[in-house]
Ligand binder design. Structure first.
Ligand code: ASP
Ligand code: MG
Length: 467
């Protein structure tokens, strides 16, 4: 099989973990052709972002202190992970070049005193630049040929939308398949840095936080992979958060569209665009744990064979949101009201998670993250209060509870079952949405009612008996 195997940052955060990964890849490579995709070692991207914030605040010493932290951590990992002294020496030399470039970049940014989207992407690409060298050397150390490649080096060409770029698929497909085919014929395992590519001018771009998943599926579609595995520290997608529901079960199989909903609702953080490249090529994906490789994880396919008959597959929850009820007499029957509200929010960079409007059109209710709440309210007040909006009512600390499963479509009685179970637990529901796809039924409760609501629904739909 042709496999693209992606490791998240926690899967490669200690010497022991990196060795386990390289041994696993070594074993798999005896039977399969493999491209490895790596995130940055966990915490590195956060540190790099903090460096950019320090530069903006003109705090040079803080930026340098964080850079030393990154440098020391990677040096130490190199020494602890790699046993063969020649392999270790080579690795340390390569890392030193990256460290020098990182420090020079920080110096340059400090001198300019500004962080542009382009320099930001260049800066935060260093996490993956370093991690691939460690992992690739560890594979060398285990006795296999391997080389590290950045997204740019493997051939991912993107638009110039720094921070949220997209691959230009035609060019990318040609370049990536050529690079990878050559490496396959040389029996070399490529370890590719996720999260990044380069635009047509060769400037480094990134896909947004968590973008390594997207790199893996992009590469997978370019090389016509048979499967893509996303390895992290969770066993797969679950029927509910196991911290809330003790008998939560691993979902053996879900469809792409269900997985997209689950990813959006935080069941496991997956980059939202991850599934795009898979849809046309219909490549199966597995969500697995690198700490439990005996477990096959969750298989994501176009049309799952088993357990598809379950109406509901998972109850997920996202806490710490704010609800804004936007009221105004002149909103009734006025075309363009919603457009103005959402344009105002978009201009302030606010992501709206839920929307509902009652048919009387006298109010629109939206849910945003708690952290966006102040910004959202002040944007709406500044632009629209006294015009189309009369009043804003804000509730903080609410949770979204979402039921996901394509079997809900056309099934009568799901809503009554849901709200019956919720009512029995005396939980108050302040907003409800269901898209017409009926794939997802979501409602809003107080943060403090989250556990009760999730448990009640997990019970009601007998999700512990799934699979
Ligand atoms: N290292 C990047 C991040 O932390 C990309 C990724 O982990 O997928 O967001
Ligand atoms: Mg990650």
């Amino acid at each position: 099989m042709r496999l693209v195997i992606k490791y998240g940052g926690t899967s490669i955060s200690t010497a022991k973990d990196i060795q386990a990964v390289s041994n696993h890849i070594n074993t798999l490579s005896k039977k399969h052709q493999i491209v490895v995709v790596c995130s940055a070692i966990n915490g590195t991207t956060d540190d790099l972002i903090e460096i950019s914030e320090s530069i903006q605040k003109e705090n040079k010493s803080k930026a340098e202190q964080l850079a030393s932290k990154i440098i020391n951590r990677h040096k130490q990992l190199a020494k602890q992970t790699i046993k063969k002294s020649d392999v270790q020496k080579k690795l340390l030399k390569k890392l030193d070049q990256d460290f020098a470039e990182l420090l020079a970049l920080i110096d340059g940014m400090v001198l300019l005193g500004e962080v542009t989207p382009r320099s930001m992407d260049y800066l935060i690409s260093f996490g993956e630049r370093l991690s691939i060298k460690l992992v690739s050397s560890a594979i060398n150390d285990s006795g296999k040929k391997s080389i590290p490649l950045t997204g740019k080096e493997v051939g991912i060409v993107t638009d110039s939308n720094f921070g949220e770029s997209r691959p230009l698929m035609d060019t990318t497909r040609l370049r990536v398949s050529k690079t990878v085919d050559t490496l396959f014929s040389n029996k070399t395992i490529s370890v590719v840095g996720g999260f990044t590519g380069a635009d047509q001018h060769g400037h480094i771009t990134t896909f947004g936080r968590g973008g390594s998943d997207y790199s893996a599926t992009t590469i997978g579609s370019c090389i016509k992979a048979d499967e893509i595995w996303l390895m992290s520290d969770v066993n797969g997608l679950m029927t509910a958060d196991p911290k809330i529901v003790k008998n939560a079960k691993l979902l053996k199989e879900v469809s792409y569209i269900e997985a997209i909903e689950m990813a959006l609702f935080g069941a496991k953080q997956i980059h939202p665009r991850t599934f795009e490249p898979l849809l046309t090529k219909k490549i199966p994906m597995k969500i697995r744990s690198s700490f439990n490789v005996k477990n096959e994880g969750t298989l994501v396919t176009v049309s799952p064979s088993s357990s598809v008959k379950n109406t509901v597959k998972c109850v997920s929850n996202v806490r710490n949101n704010g609800l804004i009820d936007i009221q105004g007499g002149s909103m009734v029957g006025t075309p363009g009201t919603a457009a103005k509200i959402f344009a105002t929010l978009a201009k302030s960079g606010i992501n709206v998670m839920m929307i509902s409007q009652n048919p009387s059109e006298s109010s629109i209710t939206i849910v945003v993250k708690n952290t966006d709440l102040d910004k959202a309210v002040s944007a709406l007040e500044m632009e629209l209060l006294g015009k189309i909006i009369k009043k804003l009512e804000v509730t903080t600390d609410v949770a979204i509870i979402a039921l996901i499963g394509s079997g809900m479509r056309g099934t009568v009685g799901v809503a009554s079952k849901v709200f019956g179970a919720i009512e029995k637990n005396k939980v108050n529901v302040s907003m409800i949405t269901q898209g017409s796809s009926e794939l997802n039924l979501a409602f809003v409760v107080k943060n403090s009612d989250t556990n009760a609501a999730v448990r009640a629904l997990h019970n009601e739909f007998e999700l512990d008996k799934i699979n």
